[in-house]
Write a protein that binds this ligand. Structure first.
Ligand code: DSN
Length: 489
């Protein structure tokens, strides 16, 4: 299998896989035909649309196949070799293999591969940090050595103190994530949180401002990482800031884990070399199964391993097995080539958009994300642009931009990423064509006015025939890079 086109299989395998999937869908269909039909339809939809959501990808068939097994039926709470259930020897094997690959691939002291998602990984990391650091002020009053020794009553008292624990993270409109201390997520209740933003002129992270905030606020945790920032982060600088104020440096690399695994982000840009704790999902640029993972230094290994049952439900053996397979794929030179192409394609897409007059946040990209300011460029809200693109077979998501004039619901931006279409084999020429199609669709879109004659924020109209024309052109482009070719259901 060529890794640049993980979505590809050779014809003989395709025949076998087709027959296996057909049999599986027949069995499923006998129980609930609507699920079998939706599963077939999902493949068809993914085959025929331009998947540009920056957090999505196409896992390889070995990864997909590993998820569908009887490991799903086994309980295995606890950690490798220390389970609360009997008969976990095979779960021990797959969890050990996944952790071993993760440690070696990322150069981490320790890997905890149980988190079910990115939110779970971050929650596990926060509890790890609190477990490790919060014991100092006054745990002796509970007769406890660490937070793990506390009774329920002790927890009730301690919970009221969480507001005394401080964290800083990138603001949402600059590209940070809800789990970096924002109110809709538990992290915003566990910590007293302040945000650092980006430079209003350039849109780049301002390390001087981060340092200023850290000195003034003295957080226990500095969270670095992003889900919608189109530039690289210098984690060596973030480490210096953390050291200066005695903070723990936590990096959420969910979005760019594939670029770290693929050695595109090295040196100062390698989070694992600089942070105390690194969290990630496994299904974005890393191209594995849906799930999460936490990498730590030896200092935090004992605490992070208590993630289940502290904050996580029983580990998912079938997903940990698939993480092991995906991480084995990510160790190859072919994956490193793929990761480099993600970044090269992202630049090509940015150039294609900018030469056609689109304003990008930071005027470009050097990772896998392009953040389009569709309000300045086309007079559309993010919601209108997202919908018009979807009508045209282009799947993206709306996203806030810094100081967004349309707020967090309608937004003024659209976020676009290259990992998925790079997996299908797209190169710079195809991404230039993608830019052209996006501009064609959005140039033909106008905001609809509301009943009172005001410019609406949700409704829109597209000039006759343009959505279909773009959809057809997208399909033609996709036809050259088929998804799991030969897999016929
Ligand atoms: N949902 C992921 C994303 O789209 O970036 C992060 O939570």
């Amino acid at each position: 299998m060529s890794e640049s086109t993980a979505a590809h299989i050779d014809p003989e395998t395709a025949q076998k896989v087709s027959s296996a999937y057909r049999s599986m869908l027949d069995i499923i269909g006998e129980v609930e035909p609507r699920v079998a039909q939706a599963t077939r339809q999902e493949l068809d939809d993914q085959r025929h649309s331009l998947k540009l959501i920056a957090s999505e990808n196409y896992a390889s068939l070995p990864v997909l196949a590993t998820m569908g097994t009887w490991f799903s039926d086994k309980y295995a709470e606890g950690t490798i070799g220390h389970r609360f259930y009997a008969g976990c020897q095979n779960v021990d094997t797959v969890e050990s293999v996944a952790a071993e690959h993760a440690r070696e691939l990322f150069g981490a002291d320790h890997a905890y591969v149980q988190p079910h998602s990115g939110i779970d990984a971050n929650l596990t990391a926060y509890w790890t940090i609190l477990s490790h650091h919060v014991e100092t002020p006054g745990l002796e009053e509970f007769g406890a050595r660490t937070v793990n020794d506390l009774t329920q009553d002790d927890w009730d008292t301690l919970r009221r103190r969480f507001n005394d624990q401080r964290a800083i993270g990138m603001s949402l409109d600059a590209g940070g994530h809800l789990t970096h201390g924002f109110r809709p997520n538990i992290s915003g209740k566990m910590f007293d949180q302040r945000s650092y933003g980006t430079d209003p002129e350039t849109g780049y992270l301002d390390y001087g401002k981060v340092a200023e905030l850290a000195r003034e606020f003295k957080p226990l945790v500095i969270v670095a990482g992003y889900s919608a920032y189109p530039r690289r982060v210098n984690f060596a600088k973030m480490r210096e800031i953390a050291d200066e104020v005695g903070a723990v440096l936590m990096v959420d690399m969910a979005h760019f884990a594939g670029l770290v695994a693929g050695k595109v982000f090295t040196g100062d840009e390698d989070p694992v070399a600089h942070a105390d704790i690194v969290t990630t999902t496994t299904h974005k640029s890393l191209r594995g199964p849906r799930g999460g993972m936490v990498l730590t230094t030896n200092e935090y290994a004992g605490d992070v391993d208590r993630g289940c049952p502290m904050v996580l439900g029983g580990p998912l053996g079938h997903i940990m097995a698939a993480k092991a397979v995906a991480l084995a794929e990510a160790r190859t030179q072919a994956f490193r080539d793929y990761a480099q192409r993600i970044a090269d394609n992202s630049k090509a897409l940015a150039e294609g958009l900018m030469k056609r007059g689109v304003k990008l946040v930071t005027d470009g990209t050097d990772n896998h994300i392009n953040l389009l300011d569709v309000f300045s460029s086309f007079g559309l809200t993010g919601r209108q642009a997202e919908s018009a693109l979807l009508d045209s077979g282009v799947v993206t998501n709306r996203n806030s931009i810094p100081a967004d004039p349309n707020g967090a619901w309608y937004t003024s931006g659209v976020r676009i990423g290259t990992p998925a279409l790079t997996s299908r084999g797209f190169g710079p020429d195809e991404f230039d064509r993608v830019a052209e199609l996006i501009v064609t669709a959005l140039s033909a879109t106008t905001p609809a006015t509301t009943a009172s004659g005001k410019r609406g924020k949700a409704k829109y109209t597209i000039a006759d025939g343009v959505a279909q024309q773009v959809h057809d052109a997208a399909d033609e482009l996709l036809g050259n890079f088929p998804l799991y070719p030969g897999l016929e259901l």
